[in-house]
Design a protein around this ligand. Structure first.
Ligand code: CA2
Length: 143
């Protein structure tokens, strides 16, 4: 059995589709998970969301032992969490940082990511379909 692709989602993303649709769209996180599962086909996928920084770190540690690649939307932790950056630094495989919105078009507080310097690639601004693009890229990176 091949190693899993981990898709980790940070705080408040469980509320997706219910608020600020002009920025984040109408698609819910459950619908995004379905799109990702359709894209990976038979490849194992761990799709998770947490509002807790420590839980995301535990899942990155799990991925270090059991994962082939990490796609992470750290949400607000992107701009605050050296702890998530340190955990990702230990991951030996590809990491894709993902944002639904184009964080660089937004206010300056959204411009300095702690995750980008340790990521293999960054996808931002494609809306929910960015997840599908990230999964396709990750399948190639971990083939
Ligand atoms: O664009 C993204 O994916 C973000 O990572 C989303 C974060 C934001 O802090 C980043 O700058 C960009 C915020 C997620 C907030 O979750 C929401 C949930 C429902 C509706 C609106 C926002």
């Amino acid at each position: 059995m091949s190693k899993a692709i981990y898709i980790l989602n940070g705080p408040n993303l469980n509320r997706l589709g219910k608020r600020e649709p002009e920025i984040y769209g109408h698609t819910t996180l459950a619908e995004i998970e379905t799109m990702c599962r359709e894209t990976v086909a038979d490849r194992p996928l761990e799709f998770r969301q947490s509002n807790k920084e420590h839980e995301l770190i535990e899942w990155i540690h799990e991925a270090i032992d059991e994962g082939a690649g990490i796609i992470i939307n750290p949400a607000a932790f992107t701009f605050t969490s050296m702890a998530i950056m340190d955990a990702l630094k230990m991951f030996p495989g590809p990491i894709i940082e993902l944002h639904i919105s184009n964080i660089h078009r937004r206010e300056p507080i959204y411009h300095k990511s702690y995750v980008s310097p340790v990521a293999t690639a960054v996808i931002a601004g494609l809306g929910p379909r960015g997840y599908v693009a990230a999964v396709r890229a990750m399948l190639e990176l971990t083939a």
